[in-house]
Design a protein around this ligand. Structure first.
Ligand SMILES: [Zn+2]
Length: 217
């Protein structure tokens, strides 16, 4: 009897153990997206490149507010900005995206190669890897599973690349004037609150040992 209980317990523990595999779920990255990305790098940052490669120095955490993975994916999939975001169309036709997206259940999806530029943070896309979390905001707070996966992903990326900074999207304007900040248009800013101060505090607490640099004052 006791043996069977132990065996059951071991089986349960094994089943519950979180294995954070990254699932590749690529958005469209065709010639059009490549051209728009190179144009973005040139016009916004003055970087003339042959490939849309970035040198990762920063991880930026986000939330999509969009409640499902499918709808969030759809929002990023098209290479050019759809009509429902005409507010930023005059800046560049490149659609927004991110390298990673974390579903409500914690599943990590890789939407693009890790070192290909995604449009997710003004001023810093040339050096920033973006992690979007499905949902968020007051209507659908980020889940514990998402928190765990973000922590895992930050560790995975910090091990692989020379990452100096971990920031929440709402903190990006602190980098104005920093050497990494390349946006040329002083009027091009959006106010952000994602992924929430509470979420950032929790992630930072768990990755303290990685010793990221302090944010600019
Ligand atoms: Zn964001």
């Amino acid at each position: 009897m006791r043996i069977s209980i132990s065996v059951t317990l071991i089986l349960l523990l094994t089943a519950c153990k979180t294995t954070n595999n990254i699932v590749d779920k690529p958005i469209v990255f065709n010639e059009e997206r490549k051209i728009l990305t190179l144009e973005y790098l040139s016009k916004r940052y003055g970087l003339e490149k042959d490939t849309p490669e970035i040198e990762p120095k920063m991880i930026v955490l986000h939330w999509t507010v969009i409640p499902t993975l499918e709808k969030s994916f759809e929002a990023f999939n098209n290479p050019s900005l759809p009509n429902w975001r005409p507010d930023i169309k005059n800046v560049s036709g490149l659609n927004v995206s991110s390298q990673f997206m974390v579903d409500r259940d914690g599943t990590i999806y890789r939407l693009m190669p890790e070192t290909t530029m995604a449009r997710h943070v003004i001023g810093l896309n040339h050096c920033a890897i973006g992690v979007e979390n499905v949902g968020g905001d007051t209507g659908q707070p980020l889940t514990k599973a998402q928190l765990k996966s973000n922590i895992w992903l930050v560790r995975y990326l910090a091990e692989k690349y020379d990452i100096d900074y971990l920031i929440g999207h709402y903190e990006y304007t602190l980098f104005e004037g920093h050497p990494l900040w390349l946006e040329k248009d002083k009027g091009y800013r959006t106010k952000k609150t994602d992924p929430g101060e509470d979420f950032m505090r929790k992630v930072r607490k768990e990755v303290k040992d990685l010793n990221f640099k302090a944010l600019p004052e």
